[in-house]
Write a protein that binds this ligand. Sequence first.
Ligand SMILES: Nc1ncnc2c1ncn2[C@@H]1O[C@H](COP(=O)(O)OP(=O)(O)OP(=O)(O)O)[C@@H](O)[C@H]1O
Length: 290
Amino acid sequence: MMLKIENVTQQYRDVYAVKEVTCELTQGIYGLLGPNGAGKSTLMRILVDVLKPTKGRVTYNGKEISILGENYRDILGYLPQEFGGYSHFTAQEFLRYVASLKGIDSRVAHEKVDGLLELVGLCNVKKKKLKGFSGGMTRRVGIAQALLNDPLILILDEPTAGLDPSERIRLRGILSEISKDKIILLSTHIVSDIEYVANEVLLIKEGELIQKKAPKELLAALNGQVWTMVMNEDDFLKNKQHLKLVNASHLQGQVEIRIISDKEPHEQAVTVEPRLEDIYVYYFGANDVV
Ligand SMILES: Nc1ncnc2c1ncn2[C@@H]1O[C@H](COP(=O)(O)OP(=O)(O)OP(=O)(O)O)[C@@H](O)[C@H]1O
């Protein structure tokens, strides 16, 4: 099972939404991580064949996905970023409807739908209309519809958007459970979504794939470059703009900072074990640490 992305580029006038992305995905969970506008949704839309790239190609087991057409869609599950509508349907009706569009036999579909409602924790509200659902509940319906045809390739665009922490944890469990025979690609800009489940993390910046590694390898590369120290507020304010800051905790005139630096930033600074959040700041910066 191999999804191969070769020199995939998507250009809008002078903007490259995706630029020369080349990589191979085999069985496992991949986390696509990048800031807003990095090109995650565009790449995913290309991978599910709703958008034809300006350049490059995507193949599944050696065959171009656009040529595979229906055969490709049969093994594909997709949660788009904007998932909604169908507000007058109940959750169960909606999933049965999608199942019929996917050509699933109605008896099989009824069982499948109930199983998936159970899996995403919506059994007790299956007869309620979608218009009354919270953002997190709607997202879970979206995840269920992507799973209806037991896809071998599952593409989830920000599946955790709107989910509360317990729903996020539940989703991570579901993904691990079903990943044995699938290629799962999920996008997010929230590091903790993929820290525990992704076999590999793909970092995307300004349309380019800048890293594709196991979380452990990404973390190892930052060893010795993550530091913490305590400084007073005045010094912090003076030096703040020169620091690659991951976190700043203010307490009684003092600030405990966590920073990335390839050299010892101060004699009192101590190195700490890198986390994926540090990786994010290292590659993408952080402009909202105060
Ligand atoms: N149809 C389009 N026309 C013009 N520009 C586009 C179009 N679609 C995307 N872009 C641009 O391409 C870039 C990548 O967008 P994309 O939505 O793929 O990013 P993203 O990583 O999914 O962001 P977000 O996390 O905010 O959803 C952005 O600069 C966006 O403005």
